[in-house]
Design a protein around this ligand. Structure first.
Ligand SMILES: *Cc1c(COP(=O)(O)O)cnc(C)c1O
Length: 234
C-alpha cells in the first residue's frame, strides 16, 4: 500500500534539501500534486495532508474531480497542465486558476474570449518546447515574445501571464535534462528583462524523476504525480 501522507512528507523534505543544496531560500519552490488518473478520494487525502495545489491534464477529468472540491474549499488551487484544445477552454477556465500549458496565440485568444464572458481573470504560463519527447509547447521564445507584445497592447485583459513551463526529455542523461531546464530559465530571464511590466517569475519545471535537478536550475514550481500518488493505470 502506498501512503500519500508519507509520500508527501518525503517529497517536501527532498524539496527543502534541494533548495538548501542550491543555496536557495526555503519555500522558494511550490509543490504541485498531479492527480491525473487518480480518484477524487486520493485528492481528498492529499488535502487532509495540507496539499492545496493540484494539476490535471485532461479537462473533463479535472472538472468532474475538482468542481465539487473547489466549491467546498476555496483554498484549493487547480492548474491545467496538459495540452488544451480550443473547444475545451470554456469548461476549464471556470474551474482552474492557471493554465500552464498555453502553447499558441490562438489558445490565448480563446482563453480571453471565454474569461471575458464570465468576467474572470486567469493566470497562464507559456509552455516552451525544450525536448523532443514532448509534442506541445511554443516552438521558440520569439513566438512567446510576440504574444507578450500583444499583451502590452492590452489585447487580452483577462489573461495574466505569470511565467513559463516545460517538460524535460524522459532520458537518464542528466545533462540533457539540465539543458532543457536551462533553456526555460534563459527564456524567462530574457523575457522578464524585456517586459518588466509583467510578473513572469514562475518557472514550472521538474516532475517525479527530475524535480531535484529542476530546483538546482531555478524551478519555482515542481509538478509531482507518481511520487505522491503512485503509478497511474492508463
Ligand atoms: C503527468 C505530468 C506530470 C507528473 O509526472 P510524474 O512523473 O508522475 O511526476 C507533470 N507535468 C505534466 C505536464 C504531466 O502531464
Amino acid at each position: 500500500m502506498i501512503s500519500i501522507k508519507d509520500n508527501l512528507e518525503l517529497i517536501r523534505e527532498k524539496i527543502i534539501a534541494a533548495e538548501k543544496k542550491a543555496g536557495r531560500p526555503e519555500n522558494s519552490v511550490k509543490l504541485m500534486a498531479v492527480s491525473k488518473f487518480h480518484p477524487q478520494s486520493d485528492v481528498v487525502t492529499a488535502i487532509e495532508c495540507n496539499q492545496f495545489l493540484f494539476g490535471e491534464n485532461r479537462v473533463q477529468e479535472a472538472v468532474e474531480k475538482f468542481e465539487p472540491i473547489i466549491q467546498e474549499n476555496s483554498s484549493i488551487e487547480l492548474h491545467m497542465i496538459g495540452h488544451l484544445q480550443k473547444n475545451k477552454v470554456k469548461s476549464i477556465v471556470k474551474a482552474a486558476q492557471c493554465i500552464q500549458s498555453v502553447d499558441s496565440l490562438e489558445l490565448v485568444q480563446e482563453i480571453e474570449k471565454q474569461c471575458a464572458k464570465i468576467n474572470k481573470n486567469i493566470n497562464i504560463l507559456f509552455e516552451l518546447h525544450t525536448a523532443e519527447d514532448s509534442k506541445s509547447g511554443f516552438a521558440s521564445a520569439s513566438e512567446i515574445d510576440e504574444v507578450l507584445k500583444l499583451m502590452t497592447e492590452n489585447q487580452f485583459p483577462h489573461v495574466i501571464p505569470k511565467g513559463f513551463m516545460t517538460m524535460a526529455p524522459f532520458v537518464s542523461d542528466e545533462n540533457l535534462i539540465r539543458k532543457s531546464f536551462r533553456e526555460l530559465r534563459e527564456t524567462k530571464e530574457m523575457l522578464l528583462n524585456k517586459y518588466p511590466q509583467f510578473d513572469l517569475s514562475e518557472l514550472s519545471m521538474g516532475m517525479s524523476g527530475d524535480f531535484e535537478i529542476a530546483i538546482e536550475e531555478g524551478s519555482t514550481l515542481v509538478r509531482v504525480g507518481t511520487a505522491i500518488f503512485g503509478e497511474r493505470n492508463y
